[in-house]
Design a protein around this ligand. Structure first.
Ligand code: DLL
Length: 432
């Protein structure tokens, strides 16, 4: 039995028919937004040109920059008063990418998440501890509504405060945790420090997502907690979580094709690539009312799997995300663009011309970010130790922007190797 037997076990043919019907409607709707009207008109495309799935590639791509340019409401297809909530991609302050939801969108989204949770065995009576942050980030509220819709008991604790998390797991006999994989490793260490064996918690499952992680990390978590660990994929531009989720076989996420059309394109040329080949994932939402997005370049590198799943669902699966086609970093589950850091550094007059961002992982699970900054010649008088307040100023400004506290290492002018050609500003030492 599934949450939605009819949709989940559709044949490939039925999925295609439903996608075609929803794509046509979505394109008609999208054309009502200022943004898509302009985009379509620019290439001389009319909504009536889209008659079936093979016409999808006629539609121009939508990018994160497009979303920023349409900020805040340039992509709406409904009246602004019909928007009941907004969310935003994690990490960015300033001009973020904003996603708007109607009441119906919230309900549809909750239904996708409930479907995912039901698929992995969660039922009324289960206790779901939501250890992802609430707020603009979609991981908190997205799962909250889905788990409530399913009828589970939700503990909306959010991220952090590990001692309290452990107390809640014990007191309420939590059965499922929703958590980032890196935090799950950290929490296990703290549980062990308290003299408790994580295996003894009796958890039925961990739902992990929002950041890349390896199969080895999953195996390690399964061993530590003695329960299955499910990979959950999603992105704010497509509601948030609930886009892709692993079934009981835990062999990569199914993408819910009644809501999302997926393509893989060559990240350089934008050309479509066959199933099985690695490229950039492009997603079209076909079940959103307030702000549908067509052919969104996710920048996530993966492939569409060719094999059918043993669970009987025909909704296609994507491989584990192996990296990004842009320079976005995910540090402690927060999306960070190096350009955000550069903007801050370059606005501080004591900062020289060169800097380097070093991302690392301590004890297997704690992401760290260190920024090595050259001091401007004008402000350097022979001793770095005299520049403590500059260091604090840089640290504070960057923390305000990216919501992570970086370590700052001040360097003498020209201490870093000069860039010859394309500067290599980011060193990522993590082994995912
Ligand atoms: O991270 C939504 C989410 C919340 C997904 C909770 C799963 C669980 P954003 O903040 O917009 O939304 O970040 C989206 O995170 O494009 C990927 O690069 C990355 N990402 C998300 N899930 C996974 C995953 C949420 N399971 C960006 N594996 C995406 C690898 C992931 N990367």
């Amino acid at each position: 039995m599934a949450w939605d037997d009819k949709i989940e076990f559709m044949s490939e043919k039925e999925i295609k028919e439903l996608q075609t019907e929803r794509l046509i409607k979505t394109v008609e709707k999208a054309y009502k937004s200022l943004f898509y009207k302009k985009k379509f008109d620019e290439v001389g495309l009319k909504p009536s040109d889209i008659k079936d799935l093979s016409d999808l590639k006629k539609i121009p791509f939508t990018t994160k920059d497009d979303l920023r340019a349409a900020y805040p409401f340039g992509m709406l297809t409904v009246d602004k008063n019909d928007i009941v909530r907004i969310h935003s991609s994690s990490g960015t302050t300033g001009k973020a990418t904003v996603i708007a939801f109607t009441k119906k969108d919230i309900d549809t989204w909750a239904d996708y998440v409930a479907r995912c949770l039901y698929m992995i065995g969660m039922r009324k009576g289960d206790v779901f501890q939501n250890m992802m942050s609430y707020g603009l980030f979609t991981g908190g509220l997205g799962f909250h509504y889905g788990a409530e819709k399913l009828g589970a008991t939700v503990i909306p604790i959010g991220g952090g405060n590990t001692a309290k998390q452990i107390r809640m797991i014990l007191d309420f006999k939590t059965s499922f945790l929703h958590i980032t994989p890196s935090y799950a490793l950290h929490v296990s260490e703290e549980i062990i420090k308290d003299g408790i064996d994580p295996k003894a918690l009796g958890l039925k499952g961990l739902i992990v997502g929002a950041e890349p992680h390896s199969e080895a990390t999953r195996k390690k978590l399964e061993e530590i907690y003695n329960c299955p660990v499910f990979n959950s994929y999603g992105l704010s531009e497509m509601n948030g979580p609930g886009v892709g989720f692993e079934c009981e076989y835990r062999d990569d996420p199914h993408i819910w094709e009644d809501g999302y059309i997926i393509e893989i394109v060559n990240p350089e040329t934008g050309e479509n690539m066959p199933d099985g080949e690695e490229g950039e994932l492009v997603i079209t939402s076909i079940n959103r009312e307030g702000m549908p997005i067509l052919r969104y370049r996710t920048k996530d590198l993966t492939h569409i799997k060719k094999e059918k799943c043993k669970c009987g669902r025909n909704h296609k699966k994507i491989g584990r995300v192996v990296g990004r086609a842009d320079d976005m970093l995910i540090v402690k589950g927060i999306n960070v663009f190096p350009s955000q850091i550069e903007d801050i550094l370059m606005s501080i007059q004591e900062v020289g011309n060169n800097y380097q961002i070093v991302v690392d992982r301590k004890e297997d699970y704690i992401d760290t970010i260190k920024i090595r900054v050259e001091i401007s010649k004008k402000f350097f008088h022979g001793k770095l130790s005299e520049l403590k307040n500059i260091k604090e100023k840089i640290q504070h400004s960057i923390r305000e922007e990216i919501m992570i506290n970086p370590e700052i290492e001040l360097l003498e002018p020209q201490a870093l190797p000069p860039s010859e050609g394309k500067a290599k500003r980011v060193v990522d030492l993590r082994k995912i």
